[in-house]
Write a protein that binds this ligand. Structure first.
Ligand SMILES: Cc1ncc(C[n+]2csc(CCOP(=O)(O)OP(=O)(O)O)c2C)c(N)n1
Ligand SMILES: CC(=O)[C@@H](O)[C@H](O)COP(=O)(O)O
Ligand SMILES: [Mg+2]
Length: 614
């Protein structure tokens, strides 16, 4: 049977429907998403929560002429279905398939590339100002979640936009969730007002009472606008120069269409507050939106059983275990996360050490500076942060921590290629952007046991130290419960060979050993990217014809560059070959396949060396 959804190839097809058909479209779209995402995996609960809002937006606004900017974009699957990609949803986050986030080169309806949070208001303001300069009559609409609203740059953009005469609509999609439950004063403010019976009660009572006295009704109408500001979350946003509307039910498509149609006629900065349920329409996701934020393939009737996945502990789990063990040994330790409790492995730590656990919201810049402040007082902060998200806190790294040589440990997860999330989430550059910072140390474990020992070594070091490890698990080394400090700045030879010396940094050790066996090459596990083991390098350069470096970081400025700098500084001449990530963005796909495509698996390293040797 042909569904309404089958007839919608582009938003123009949607806009040709009668408004009364939209609830049916919503039901069909929600079922389509459940079937599709339970098959491919990907982001889930946020997409179910955005179904009605997405339909209403494309129904009311003349997309793509009017510009929609999604924040993070993990909730953009409904948008992708309605904008010509329904039949490609089965390729979601697969190599050469659809990206998991809006991507300009994927569709004209994807106005701005996203993946990192809290950029939508700033970008949409850019669209709005450009439209004004070009004499266009576009509407610019940013849809930002309550979690993403906790980042500073969202308020930088609000502050700027509220002072401008532009047609910008900011829609706050408030479901009281980040990945974990949302945190912070803004969240408390929104929740208090939304749950406040007083606000709803006030509107009912005033409506009933004043209807009886017509002359007062007009006065009350005007005063309700003023009073509304006292009882709805709007006051905050009104003070930022926006016209606040809401809160409205983000699943009531009729109200959404009516409200958006009215707002469309208004000029100046508008702020619409919608209330949604993360996982709406799928009971298991509503009950556990944390678990269903992102899913691996599952059967809708049974839900995610958690049976799939590797039996080997992930580096994230190794970190989480270490953090709890270290906290038990040293009461100065605190754990800090910018809204990635689950992803960074702090669930157990948060339960066991609630007073020493800090989720600062999606606020990486604040997380780093906050850690610096704590370190000044003798507290020992461990900042758990994805490599890609640490990019957002670069000045804080330099100015607030390294320049003052403060003992902060950065447990950098998702280093290197991450796979399905693609280039917005790859941790391709941390060696490069950390190495040039004076006082910064960088440790890169070759396996899971080294990860634990390096975290301990970093914790003992009196200065800023990064330990960086990839998404997933490594070669499956047994993790020793004993914590042993590694010799600072020292690498180790893991295999003796001749002619060729392969210097491995981080978890490319497995690939290096494979190539070492095939070529009878020496293999060194360098352990430290900074400080580099210059003496070991000199020794290997003196006894081999070719020095090869292998890393899952950009070659530009990476560990291989450190080796070249050291050889130059030591006045050593030797042939070299640098293997690492290319000076381009590696698209999404399966993590190990992508590494192999970059020549960073065993076969690739071996082939590159054979080619070099001629
Ligand atoms: C700068 C940055 N930090 C962290 C993340 C990881 N992240 C992705 S979605 C998300 C929660 C977003 O919450 P919200 O905006 O409320 O969207 P919801 O999932 O509730 O729809 C987080 C923390 C990110 N994408 N970007
Ligand atoms: C959208 C977002 O940024 C997060 O959900 C991210 O996708 C999590 O990545 P991991 O799955 O590697 O934890
Ligand atoms: Mg949310």
């Amino acid at each position: 049977m042909t569904t309404l959804l089958d007839q919608i190839n582009l938003p123009a097809d949607l806009r040709a429907l009668n408004k009364d058909d939209l609830p049916q479209v919503a039901g069909e779209l929600r079922q389509f998403l459940l079937d599709s995402i339970s098959t491919t995996g990907g982001h889930f609960a946020s997409n179910l929560g955005a179904v009605e809002l997405t339909i209403a937006l494309h129904y009311v606004f003349n997309t793509p002429y009017d510009r929609i900017v999604w924040d993070v974009g993990h909730q953009s699957y409904p948008h992708k279905v309605l904008t010509g990609r329904r039949d490609r949803m089965g390729t979601m986050r697969q190599q050469n398939g659809l990206a998991g986030f809006p991507k300009r080169e994927e569709s004209e309806y994807d106005t701005f590339g996203v993946g990192h949070s809290s950029t939508s208001i700033g970008a949409a303001l850019g669209f709005a100002e450009a439209s004004k300069l070009q004499g266009e009559n576009r509407k610019a609409i940013a849809i930002i979640g309550d979690g993403s609203m906790t980042a500073g740059m969202a308020f930088e953009a609000l502050n700027n936009a509220g002072d401008r005469d532009v047609d910008l609509l900011v829609i706050l999609n408030d479901n009281e969730m980040s990945i974990s439950p949302n945190v912070g004063a803004l969240n408390n403010y929104l929740a208090k007002m939304l749950s406040g019976k007083f606000y709803n009660g006030f509107r009912n009572v005033s409506g009933r009472m004043l209807d009886k006295v017509p002359p007062l009704r007009e006065l009350a109408k005007r005063s309700e606008e003023q009073l509304k500001g006292l009882f709805t979350p709007g006051l905050l946003f009104e003070e930022f120069g926006f016209n606040y509307i809401g809160p409205i039910d983000g699943h009531d498509i009729d109200t959404l269409v009516t409200t958006l149609s009215n707002i469309k006629k208004l000029s100046g900065p508008q702020f619409l507050h919608v209330v949604t349920k993360k996982g709406q329409g799928y009971k298991l996701a509503v009950a556990d939106p944390v678990k269903y934020h992102a899913v691996t393939p599952f059967t809708p009737e049974n839900g995610m059983t958690g049976k799939s996945g590797s039996s080997k502990p992930s580096f994230t789990q190794v970190f989480g275990e270490w953090l709890c063990d270290m906290a038990a040994k040293d009461e100065r330790l605190v754990g800090i996360t910018p809204a990635m409790r689950e992803g960074s492995g702090l669930v157990k730590f948060a339960e066991q050490f609630p007073d020493r656990y800090f989720d600062v919201g999606i606020a990486e810049q604040h997380a780093v500076t906050f850690a610096g402040g704590m370190a000044c007082e003798g507290v020992k902060p461990v900042v758990a942060i994805y490599s890609t998200f640490l990019q957002r806190a670069y000045d804080q790294l330099v100015h607030d921590v390294a320049l003052q040589n403060l003992p902060v440990v950065f447990a950098i997860d998702r280093a290197g290629l991450v796979g399905a999330d693609g280039p917005t989430h790859a941790g391709s550059f941390d060696y490069s952007f950390l190495r040039c910072i004076p006082n910064m140390a960088i440790l890169a474990p070759g396996d899971e046991n080294e990860c634990r020992q390096m975290l301990y070594t970093a914790f003992l070091h009196d200065g800023p130290t990064a330990v960086r490890y990839p998404r997933g698990s490594g070669i499956g080394a047994t993790v020793e419960p004993e914590m042993t400090a590694l010799p600072w700045g020292k690498g180790e030879v893991r295999r003796k060979g001749s002619k060729v010396a392969i210097l491995s940094f981080g978890t490319r050790l497995g690939a290096a050993l494979h190539a070492g066996d095939a070529l009878d090459a020496t293999v060194a596990n360098m352990r430290f990217v900074k400080p580099l083991d210059d003496a070991l390098l000199a020794e290997l350069a003196a006894s081999h014809d070719l020095i090869v470096t292998v890393e899952d970081n950009a070659i530009m400025g990476g560990a291989g560059s450190a080796v070249l700098e050291s050889l130059s500084a030591q006045g050593i001449q030797v042939d070299t070959l640098l293997l690492g990530l290319p000076d381009s963005y590696v698209e999404h796909g399966e993590q190990n396949k992508l590494l192999a495509d970059c020549g960073l698996d065993g076969a690739g390293v071996e082939a590159a060396i054979r080619k070099k040797l001629g």
